[in-house]
Design a protein around this ligand. Structure first.
Ligand code: NAD
Ligand code: PTL
Length: 494
């Protein structure tokens, strides 16, 4: 497969175990190949009727799935993991074509996805309640039960991985799921739906509805939807929470961030430079947990800056399907303009562009309409600049000098976000002391942006609540039933 040649299989909705045209619509959307600017799919956004059909289909499948034992569910999820592993390169290629991230990175996203399925398949057989002895031989027990039909709504930066991070624990717990991807990236999640069917889930257990905000609202408002798990921006997260509150539906919110990365002068500087690049430039900087506020202790500011600029200038930008590319195009033209706008504003507010920050036009003529830019490092930054305060969601690193631990902690926490944070130091006491003070759901010591599926992922403050991955996520996709058993006579007060 080469860039510019991929044809999307239609239709893109998936219901009852097969691809379907939506029964009704609320407008149309176009999906692009960011590398070329080519429209690769035009599709109808699902309307209220299609959403209802998807919910009914999921309800029917849920009745079958919830009766299966954990071990039976586990075997099917393991089979889905096996198929994903087998089709890794094909799925990664589709992800790269629709999202723009390098094929090198997309392969890792697919690896994390099958690992996530394996992890929850492993937990499915061990979900159990507890037995509690009560006076007089009476006793109680608890049962962990599924919620029902869960809705997953995803962002465009990790389309396949987000769908798996939501569906793997949901299905392991015995739920059904309807997933709505971002209208920018509608393609790869349909492959996931087909894989679940091939692996043996009942038809309708995992359905896909395509569309934007209106379709998402129909899903959140549907009376038979038991839970909404959302990944996206803070403003949309607020709306989802409001809509879901009407039906008292629990929500998981995985929202944006503006995370701090603190680099102390006693760090291993080579690792700190690598860490700062991992924290800023994966997926063209379009990563929620990116450590975009890089605080560097003044003693090593010049040395660190010189090295990180040198390494950033070496990043190979271009055709994302080529194996040696490390940075592809941004998701679309308006997002590219938005990111460049932050850099312009930063310059006006006194930031200094140390490298990149402008458009990149690849030599290959078929890429000339793609959405490429050179990764940017901003120096001379101040905490109150817009580029330091707001989530840019592009390849833009801001470097901020600091002097003391107390000072940097106060500045690092001075944000409404709280998704992630990182610290580089060789002082083990300091590392843990700093992490204990950081107001963030995910903290890294001497690394950044690694996401093992065994570890919970999610934010503090306005970056959301609930978690994905790890054992704890089982609690977000199940509910606890308490059963109280009387072994004697009823002692009535009447
Ligand atoms: N914390 C995380 O795990 C995580 C992961 C990836 C992305 N993100 C965040 O996502 C954002 C970028 O993604 P985006 O631009 O797709 O976000 P977005 O909020 O614009 O859209 C996310 C999803 O919500 C849908 N949506 C929009 N309005 C809706 C409404 N009123 N009701 C229901 N659904 C609606 C969209 O169609 C899309 O599927 C960034 O802020 C990023 O930090 C967070
Ligand atoms: C599912 C991917 C999480 C990383 C944030 O963008």
């Amino acid at each position: 497969m080469s860039t510019g040649s991929f044809t999307v299989s239609q239709p893109l909705n998936y219901r009852g175990g097969k691809r379907v045209q939506p029964a009704d619509g609320s407008g149309t959307e176009e999906a692009y190949e960011p590398a070329t600017g080519r429209v690769i799919a035009t599709f109808q956004c699902s309307g209220e009727k299609e959403v209802d059909l998807a919910v009914q289909s999921a309800k029917a499948a849920f009745k079958i799935w919830r009766k299966k034992s954990g071990m039976e569910r586990s075997r099917i999820l393991l089979e889905a993991a096996r198929i994903i592993r087998e089709r890794r390169d094909e799925i990664a290629t589709v992800e790269t074509i629709n999202n723009g991230k390098s094929i090198f990175e997309a392969g890792f996203d697919i690896d994390i996805s099958w690992q996530c399925l394996e992890y929850y398949a492993g937990l499915a057989g061990s979900m159990a309640g507890e037995h509690v002895q009560l006076p007089g031989g009476s006793f109680g027990y608890t049962i962990r039960e599924p919620l029902g039909v869960c809705v997953g709504i995803g962002a465009w930066n990790y389309p396949f991985q987000i769908a798996v991070w939501k569906s793997a624990p949901a299905l392991a717990c015995g739920n059904a799921m309807i997933f709505k991807p971002s209208p920018f990236t509608p393609v790869s999640v349909v492959l996931l739906a087909e894989i679940y069917t091939e692996a043996g889930v009942p038809p309708g257990l995992f359905n896909v509805v395509q569309g934007g905000a209106a379709t998402g609202q129909f899903l959140c408002q549907h009376r038979d939807v038991a839970k909404v798990s959302f990944t996206g921006s803070v403003p949309t997260g607020k709306k989802i929470m409001e809509l879901s509150s009407q039906g008292i539906k629990p929500v998981t919110l995985e929202l944006g961030g503006k995370s701090p990365l603190i680099i102390f002068s006693d760090c291993d500087i080579e690792n700190a430079v690598k860490g700062a690049m991992m924290a800023n430039f994966l997926t063209q900087g379009e990563v929620c947990c990116n450590g975009t506020r890089v605080f560097v202790q003044r003693e090593i500011l010049d040395k660190f800056t010189e090295e990180v600029v040198k390494q950033t200038q070496k990043i190979k930008i271009g055709d994302p399907l080529l194996e040696n590319t490390r940075m592809g195009p941004l998701i679309n033209r308006s997002h590219l303009q938005r990111v460049l706008g932050f850099i312009e504003q930063g310059k006006k507010q006194g930031a200094k562009v140390l490298c990149g920050g402008d458009l990149y036009i690849p030599e290959d003529p078929k890429l000339k309409d793609g959405y490429y830019m050179k990764p940017c490092i901003l120096g001379n930054c101040k905490d109150d600049m817009t580029c330091v305060k707001e989530e840019i969601f592009g390849p833009v690193m801001s470097i901020l000098p600091f002097d003391t631990e107390t000072e940097v902690l106060e500045r690092a926490n001075d944000t409404t976000f709280g998704l992630a944070a990182g610290v580089f130091t060789k002082d083990i006491q300091r590392a843990h002391r700093v992490v204990a003070e950081l107001q963030a759901g995910v903290c890294y010591i001497n690394n950044y942006n690694v996401s093992p599926v065994e570890l919970p992922f999610g934010g503090y403050k306005m970056s959301g609540f609930g978690r994905e991955n790890g054992r704890v996520t089982i609690e977000y996709y199940s509910q606890l039933k308490t059963v109280c058993v009387e072994m004697g006579d009823v002692e009535s007060v009447f």
